[in-house]
Design a protein around this ligand. Structure first.
Ligand SMILES: *Cc1c(COP(=O)(O)O)cnc(C)c1O
Length: 357
């Protein structure tokens, strides 16, 4: 019995994507932490990435790190979201490395590592302009003076994150600012800092063009691996597949309706005032999948001529007037997952079953 809606994970394509990303980065002297958070660290995704040679995995949730640790005890685990002070004991238990910007948290991690009898690795996050996480470059020296006194904490790297909140593009200048922070930090800590983590999938264009400063030797990459595109212009990455994930949903209504709603128009289910174009009577279909399961703007119908008109929580409405095949109640339509927020919803929704192909 097939259950719908569901998402199909094409493991061959994911494997291929991981190989391309790892090899391209390796040729530029860049190590990769493969980021699993958008897929909630789904076991099939984790196993495929590990099989493709990913030896470091990153996630923003401790629950996901714990599940990866159980499946793949040998891989390095990186906690991507700044640790919560209330969870430092779990952080040192499940993560080899965490990204940090706060001295109170660093002290608490040191104490937790002491209690656990281990040393915890930290990457110091520096904000070079995107205004999400990170200390200012001029704070690095003072924070390192304090970190120097923490016996169970080892600064393994410096890092930055761009193009997430502010949409700031990774460029040579902000990468150089990060490198300067590395010099300051290693000067004060008195040991070399090997890892310089320049960012995420938004850094791909720099890698490809060869404009990444040589000293940047690490990236944390999710979207590029999973969706086969970089995240500044959302262009496809050569050699990768852009259709690793496919949502399959069943048609629950199909009939001809006007393209203009009938009656006075107020807000739709999500508080928007919808706008319609009158193109007369069209054949439409409803599939049993909604915004709770996927973001319609991030889906691409695989049947030619099918157009997504919109979606509410659990209905997606399609124009199938010009569809390349017949669309009847009970048929299953397929949609390639193209958008990051759609992929996020797909894996977070419990209502979609996850299937490997
Ligand atoms: C999510 C995340 C990444 C990965 O981002 P992608 O755009 O998916 O490559 C990297 N670093 C941090 C800190 C993140 O939170």
């Amino acid at each position: 019995m097939q259950r719908y809606p569901r998402v199909e994970i094409n493991t061959d394509k994911l494997f291929q994507n991981a190989r391309v990303i790892l090899e391209t980065c390796r040729a530029e002297g860049i190590d990769v932490t493969a980021v699993t958070k958008v897929t909630c660290a789904h076991p099939v995704v984790v196993q495929t990435l590990v099989r493709a040679g990913c030896s470091s995995l990153g996630d923003s949730r401790l629950r996901n790190l714990r599940s990866i640790r159980k499946q793949a005890p040998e891989v390095e685990l990186v906690l991507l979201r700044l640790p919560m002070l209330s969870l430092v004991d779990e952080v040192v238990r499940w993560a080899d490395l965490s990204l940090n910007s706060d001295i109170t948290t660093l002290r608490a991690l040191d104490a937790a590592a002491g209690r656990a009898g281990t040393t915890h690795g930290a990457i110091l996050m520096v904000d070079v302009g995107d205004l999400r996480e990170g200390m200012w470059p001029d704070e690095v020296a003072d924070i390192c003076k304090e970190v120097r006194e923490l016996p169970h904490l080892k600064v393994k790297g410096v890092g930055t994150n761009l193009a997430c909140y502010g949409g700031v593009r990774p460029q040579e200048e902000n990468m150089r600012a990060l490198l300067e922070s590395r010099e300051v930090a290693s000067g004060i800590l008195g040991h070399p800092i090997d890892l310089v983590s320049g960012g995420n999938s938004a850094n791909w264009l720099l890698v490809e063009s060869g404009d990444m400063p040589d000293a940047i030797n690490h990236l944390r990459i999710g979207e590029a691996l999973l969706l086969g595109c970089e995240s500044v212009e959302r262009t496809c990455i050569r050699g990768t597949a852009d259709d690793v994930f496919t949502v399959c949903a069943e048609v629950i209504e199909a009939r001809v309706k006007p393209s203009m709603p009938i009656g006075d128009l107020g807000q739709d289910a999500f508080g928007n005032l919808p706008v319609f174009e009158d193109c007369g009577l069209h054949r439409r279909a409803i599939v049993a999948v909604g915004r709770q399961d996927a973001v319609p703007e991030g889906l691409r119908p695989q049947m030619k001529g099918v157009k997504i008109l919109g979606a509410s929580s659990d209905h997606m409405i399609l124009d199938v007037e010009n569809a390349d095949g017949s669309v009847e109640v009970g048929d299953v339509l397929r949609f390639t997952v193209r958008g990051y927020s759609s992929l996020l919803a797909v894996f977070t929704s419990e209502y979609l079953s996850k299937v490997t192909v």
